[in-house]
Structure formats: structure tokens, C-alpha cells
Write a protein that binds this ligand. Structure first.
Ligand code: TYM
Length: 335
């Protein structure tokens, strides 16, 4: 049998996981686990590029691991681990920093956005964030990196770094491809539908968290921003003209498995009140088993510890092989 291809992805434990992280990333990770040798990471080193409260960070890391499992990432089938447990990530990131250009890092949209929102803390880690992300991916020789639209630029830079290193030192890294879903790659805020739904959004009404109670989820959907159109075909998918409505249609499509055109037909002649209730209910039912299973897992700290220790061991082995190869190619003397 052919060796399976490798998949790598990660999420920062910088806030509560949202419906955006679920639809844009985790849901697709789950759908592909049978076909890939998969590594899913909780990227705590990335999270500290913005100040974190230590106790809250520790709580969120474990909560995120429980949520990965509750979403369907079976630790017997995939490798789930915490980035700081595998020191090769920080080591390779340093090497790749030396193969990443100042100009490239300066062009990253996420760096520009985060520098604007954290103007008092534009630290070196925030700037070199993409080299650490490239290290994450390249250590595992990943073929595929499933992410939402906002991470596409970082995966492209990772490819450029891999190609640059390979050209200088001979074939060392697999050049990865991004996998970006056709629907759901950019879930927008419910209160400001021209902005992305984000873990770190200060306005709680815009984002839905995976662990939120059904009544709170319904309240947010009922208040979701739409527009003033009252025509018979007001439930229409057009992100530029109708960002709020298109976002609700997109969320409903991902939660129900129905196509966008089926949803437009289903709502022909119906208004936004109906749409909001239907989408809210579909999201509540999608998230209910995830929340219940997460709550159950969080009571079993010993099991979670077993999972992340086993994950770190497997990840360390694979990452160590690549790092050793890189050090040899660079001319370092082996230990
Ligand atoms: P992060 O933590 O911001 O987001 C995690 C994943 O969720 C996706 N996502 C969304 N997708 C659709 N709509 C949204 N509103 C939405 N919000 C978040 C993101 O695109 C991402 O796939 N730099 C990465 C983490 C990372 C990583 C990696 C990813 C570190 N190393 C290696 C892949 C491979 C980040 O900040 O994602």
C-alpha cells in the first residue's frame, strides 16, 4: 500500500474557539483524517506574540485539546499535540528566520492588522510569526495544510521559504499546498459582517463560541445584522451586496450540508426572521454534541494528559528527523 500523504494544521489558543475556526478549519480536518497521516497542533508559541494571561492560556490549551477530540479528531488516528512540547519548532523557526526576507514579512496582512490593533506591543515574534508557522508545517514534510482564507498568505510564504532553502541546500523540505474550503473559508462577524469572525474580537455579539449555551447562540443569531431588503428574493447569496445575509447562508450551508442554491430556493418568499431562526437552530444542533463531549473530557484531565504526551512523542520523532537533516545540510557538527 502507498504511504499516506501528510497533513498539518494548527490553531492559536489565544481565545475561545469560534464557529469560524470550526467551519474554516477543524471541520475539514475531521473530514480528511482517514486519508492522511495528520498532525494537529495547539500553537501556544504563536499565541504569546500577543500578551496572554498565563492562567487563562493554560486553561484554554487544555480546553482546545478537549475540543479537538470532541469535534471528531480521534487521538488514536491523528497526532494531537502542543507546539511548545516539541522544541524542534522553535529551533527550525530560528533557521528559517535566516531564510525569510524582511520585505516578505513586512507584506503580511496579519502582521499589518495585528500591529495596528496592538500598537503598544509590536514585538519581534509578531513580525517573524510566519517563519514559526513555516517551521510547524515543514518539520512534518506536510503535503496539505487545511486553513481558512486568512492563512493563505502565510502558507504561500511557507512555500517560498521551502523552495528557497531547497534551492540553496538541495531537496530538504516537501513544498506544501494550502487546502481552503469552497464554502466557509471566511465566516464573518454576526454584528459586523464585513469583518472576519475572530477569537480575539472584543465585541462578544459578533462571534459564536463552540462551548456557548444554546440560548446565547440563538440570541446572537436573532440579532445578526442583515439589510433592509424586503423583496421576495431577499435571501440571496451575494457577499459584496448582502454581506450579512450571505454570511448566514454560508453558515447554514456548512451546518446543514445543503448547497447555497438549495438554501436560496428553500427561502424563496420568506424573510430574514425565518432565516435567522433556521440558521441559529442548525448551529445549536451542530455544536451541542461538541459542547457536551468537551465538558465530559475536561473532567478527565488524566486522559487529556495521556493524549498530549503521546502526541508530543510521535511529533517529536517526525520533527527530529527533519531538523537533523536541516542541521546536517547547514554544516552544523552533529552532537
Ligand atoms: P488562527 O488560530 O487564527 O485560526 C485557526 C484556523 O481557523 C481559521 N479561521 C477561520 N476560517 C474561516 N472563517 C473565520 N472567521 C476563521 N477564523 C479562523 C484560520 O484560517 C485557521 O485555519 N497562524 C495560524 C495558526 C497556525 C497554523 C500553523 C495553521 C500556526 N501554525 C501551521 C496551519 C499550519 C492562525 O493564526 O490561525
Amino acid at each position: 500500500m502507498d504511504k499516506k500523504k501528510t497533513m498539518f494544521s494548527g490553531i492559536q489558543p489565544s481565545g475561545e474557539l469560534t464557529l469560524g475556526s470550526y467551519i474554516g478549519a477543524i471541520k475539514n480536518w475531521v473530514s480528511m483524517i482517514e486519508d492522511y497521516d495528520a498532525y494537529y497542533c495547539i500553537v501556544d508559541l504563536h499565541a504569546i506574540t500577543v500578551r496572554q494571561e498565563p492562567a487563562a492560556l493554560r486553561r484554554r490549551i487544555l480546553e482546545q485539546l478537549a475540543q479537538y477530540i470532541a469535534c471528531g479528531l480521534d487521538p488514536e488516528k491523528v497526532t494531537l499535540f502542543i507546539q511548545s512540547h516539541v522544541s524542534a519548532h522553535a529551533e527550525l523557526a530560528w533557521v528559517l528566520n535566516c531564510y525569510t526576507m524582511f520585505g516578505e514579512l513586512s507584506r503580511m496582512t496579519q502582521f499589518k492588522d495585528k500591529s495596528a490593533s496592538h500598537a503598544d506591543n509590536i514585538n519581534g515574534g509578531l513580525f517573524t510569526y510566519p517563519s514559526l508557522m513555516a517551521a510547524d508545517i515543514l518539520l512534518y514534510q506536510a503535503d496539505l495544510v487545511p486553513v481558512g482564507e486568512d492563512q493563505k498568505q502565510h502558507v504561500e510564504l511557507c512555500r517560498d521559504i521551502a523552495i528557497r532553502f531547497n534551492n540553496a541546500h538541495g531537496e530538504t523540505f516537501k513544498v506544501p499546498e494550502a487546502f481552503i474550503p469552497k464554502v466557509g473559508a471566511r465566516i464573518m462577524s454576526l454584528s459586523e459582517p464585513t469583518n472576519k469572525m475572530s477569537k480575539s474580537d472584543k465585541d462578544p455579539s459578533g462571534s459564536v463560541h463552540l462551548l456557548e449555551k444554546p440560548e446565547d447562540i440563538m440570541r446572537k443569531f436573532k440579532r445578526a445584522i442583515t439589510d433592509s431588503d424586503t423583496s421576495a428574493d431577499c435571501v440571496r447569496f451575494s457577499p459584496s451586496e448582502k454581506p450579512g445575509v450571505s454570511n448566514l447562508i454560508q453558515i447554514y450551508s456548512c451546518a446543514s450540508g445543503k448547497s447555497i442554491s438549495d438554501i436560496e430556493n428553500e427561502f424563496a418568499g420568506r424573510g430574514y426572521g425565518d432565516l435567522k431562526m433556521t440558521v441559529g437552530n442548525a448551529v445549536v444542533e451542530t455544536l451541542r454534541p461538541i459542547r457536551e463531549e468537551t465538558e465530559r473530557l475536561l473532567k478527565d484531565k488524566a486522559y487529556l494528559e495521556e493524549v498530549y504526551k503521546m502526541g508530543a512523542k510521535k511529533a517529536e520523532y517526525a520533527a527530529g528527523k527533519t531538523l537533523g537533516k536541516v542541521y546536517r545540510k547547514l554544516g552544523f557538527v552533529s552532537r
